[in-house]
Design a protein around this ligand. Structure first.
Ligand code: M6R
Length: 670
């Protein structure tokens, strides 16, 4: 959770930080903060701010740190922008943070960046330092003073402690800043040949940390330098060279934060240390050895990370669903109708050996996995178990080399899912990641990866990534069926044809948004919702209820319709709204019998039904119409009116649909 950003070099560092923080807000918005490094100036009035470094000799040769933080929930970034009006005019580098609280309640004192005792080291951090209590005790015993309840502040003090040691051993960086600057220009366009003092200090800190982190550090003793590292948590580095001497380097928790600001992107590996100076980046390993960072090919454009004329990201992203599906299908079907999954690094032979599939995921990704269970079992005739990742991790699943574990995670960073797939790999199973983020942690840890191509999703509620997951998993099911020779070619052809029609059918469902809004308006005052479905309609019901809960804050329970009479039906009374997924599958008659049961107990019924299905309409108080497709593909379409229903209700209730309370887009904590 949390988003971090860092910029060094070029003009407009403050503006870049604030803009990128806006794009990272989906990762958490309990507080926001920045630290700027500006050239030391004899007039203290030039550097007024909440925290400035002392004006000792060292800082006269270095820089001054200025920090501003705001903890006003969803208004934090706005408040930070006001504070930033008092920022120093000139900045050499800056780091920023948007927080989803883990250690320490949301408050200004717990907001990042955190400083060391001397206020010369500033740190931003995403992740959790699990042994922070033990480290803090050690630091306190050494005389450090900690101001916050966070694990991050510990990092600033650890760096402070290691700086002294690093300074005495680092010969290349042992003299003045002026010397290192000229050396830098001579040797690496902005960085000296050997890692700097701050990099050395951070390298010494890393082995002492347990947990997951992506962190960025500035030290006023090395002006214009940002040093960063990661373990498990995401971190991307970018550079931009304008050719006019305005080069800059940046880092962020995700690629969208850097779109339009960097023209080259690099990956940082676990426990590597990356140093950023204007326009150049140097990565080194645990022993200080230089590492060539691998460059990322980024096809996302800036437009994709902005609202593009919609009121909010959720609405933009729902409307991008047809494209997300089409892009996810792109290139998977060859001209002769056969399927190819070229990004899967598990051989066909290995896939043929698979005798059992496990799907592990959380939230909406879990709901996509539930649909995959029906599809893989039906088409590929393989047994499928599905588990919530946080449960899978702590039980004792029976896995071996012929088990395929499919980890589904749009971010590829969800800690529970990531740990689940790592555990599966340790057990010898083959792991396939289904991820929307290229080179995400899960993609890197898996044996193979099947990318969904939904583009960046900013709204906290998963929409387009969910539909893209459904389609990717359906393609996987068909691919396994093809490898196992289960389906006749003509049958596969027909299904591929139906898959290709999905973008158009989803568009039809989206075009009915106004009709869904009218239905939502009629139930604005309703407090209790039940979502029912059978077969693949059940995961659709689960997803509809989750959307309603997370953005409308309304109580919504989802059940397999046949389960209702085993208890939950006791809750049905006049005033309860039941939303049923009643599109045509072979269980439609049974579904309608369940609808009759709730109606006879006074419930109001809204049904998702196929166009022209008058029999469903006759049983319902309201109908959300959708086009018909193959029953196993139907979830892709049937969930759309439920997304829209939750969206319109949330707006009627005046909620921020992109940033629902208590939630973060990516859950990188247990
Ligand atoms: O990035 P992931 O797909 O692993 O995320 C999993 C869940 O946290 C996510 O689907 C969550 O439930 C969404 N907020 C649902 O809208």
């Amino acid at each position: 959770m949390c988003g971090i950003i860092g910029v060094t070099g070029g003009e407009g560092i403050l503006e870049t930080l604030l803009d990128s923080l806006g794009r990272l807000e989906y990762r958490g918005y309990d507080s926001a903060g920045i630290a700027l490094e500006s050239p030391w100036h004899p007039d203290p009035g030039r550097t007024s701010g909440e925290a400035t470094a002392g004006d000792d000799r060292a800082d006269r040769l270095g820089a001054t740190l200025w920090r501003a933080r705001a903890a006003e929930g969803t208004a934090s970034l706005q408040a930070l922008k006001k504070l930033a009006q008092a920022a120093p005019l000139e900045a050499l580098a800056g780091i920023g943070h948007t927080r989803w609280a883990t250690h320490g309640r949301p408050s200004e004192v717990n907001a990042h960046p955190h400083l060391d005792c001397t206020a010369r080291v500033a740190v931003v951090h995403n992740g959790i330092v699990e042994n922070c209590r033990e480290l803090a005790d050690h630091l306190l015993a050494e005389g450090h003073e900690l101001a916050s309840e966070t694990d991050t502040e510990v990092l600033a003090h650890l760096v402070e402690a290691e700086l002294a040691q690093a300074q005495s051993t680092s010969q290349a960086q042992s003299t003045s800043q002026a010397q290192s600057t000229s050396q830098a220009q001579a040797e690496d366009g902005g960085l000296p040949a050997a890692p700097g003092v701050l990099a050395e200090a951070l390298r010494r800190v890393l082995p002492r940390l347990e947990g997951s982190f992506a962190l960025a550090v500035m030290w006023s003793g090395e002006p214009g330098r940002i040093v960063a590292a990661r373990r498990v948590s995401p971190l991307v580095v970018g550079t931009e060279s304008t050719g006019t001497g305005q080069s800059r380097s940046l880092l962020a928790s995700d690629i969208p934060a850097l779109l339009g600001k960097a023209d080259r992107f690099f990956v940082v590996g676990d426990d590597e240390v990356v140093e950023l100076a204007a326009g150049c980046v140097r990565v080194s390993g645990a022993g200080g050895e230089r590492i060539d960072p691998s460059e990322l090919e980024v096809n996302w454009d800036l437009e994709a990370a902005q609202k593009g004329g919609f009121d909010d990201f959720m609405s933009k992203e729902m409307h991008e669903q047809p494209q997300a599906i089409a892009d996810t299908l792109l290139g998977r079907v060859l001209g002769d109708g056969t399927l190819t999954l070229d990004e899967v690094r598990i051989s066909d032979e290995e896939l043929r050996q698979v005798d059992k599939v496990f799907v592990v995921a959380c939230g909406s990704s879990y709901h996509a996995g539930l649909v995959a269970k029906y599809a893989i079992e039906h088409w590929a005739r393989l047994p499928v178990e599905i588990d919530i990742a946080s449960e899978f991790r702590y039980r004792d699943p029976v896995l071996d080399q012929s088990t395929l574990v499919v980890g589904v995670s749009q971010s590829g960073e969800t800690l529970d899912t990531l740990q689940a797939v790592l555990a599966a790999r340790r057990s010898g199973a083959k792991v396939l990641a289904v991820s929307n983020v290229v080179d995400s942690s899960m993609a890197r840890q898996a044996d193979g990866v099947l990318y969904t191509r939904a583009g960046p999703e900013v709204g906290v509620a998963a929409t387009k990534t969910y539909l893209a997951q459904l389609v990717a998993l359906q393609v996987l099911a068909l691919y396994l069926a093809q490898l196992r020779g289960i389906l006749y070619p003509a049958e596969t052809d027909r299904l591929l044809g139906e898959l290709a029609e999905l973008p158009g059918l989803v568009q039809v469902a989206l075009d009915r948004s106004d009709a869904v809004a009218r239905v939502a308006a009629r139930y604005e005052g309703t407090k209790d919702f039940f979502f029912l479905g059978r077969h693949v309609g059940f995961p659709v019901a689960l997803e509809g209820a989750l959307k309603l809960k997370e953005i409308s804050y309304l109580r919504a329970e989802a059940y397999p319709a046949g389960e209702l009479k085993h208890g939950p039906i006791a809750l049905i009374e006049p005033g309860t709204l039941v939303v049923g997924v009643a599109t045509r599958t072979r269980l439609w008659e049974k579904m309608m019998a369940n609808v009759a049961e709730v109606k006879s107990r006074g419930a109001t019924v809204v049904l998702v039904a196929n166009d022209g299905d008058e029999r469903s309409a006759a049983e319902a108080d309201e109908v959300l119409w959708v086009p018909r497709t193959h029953p196993l593909l139907a979830p892709v379409i049937d969930v759309v009116p439920l997304q829209l229903f939750a969206y319109h209700l949330a707006r009627l209730h005046g909620h921020d649909v992109d940033r629902p309370r208590n939630l973060a887009k990516t859950v990188t904590v247990e």
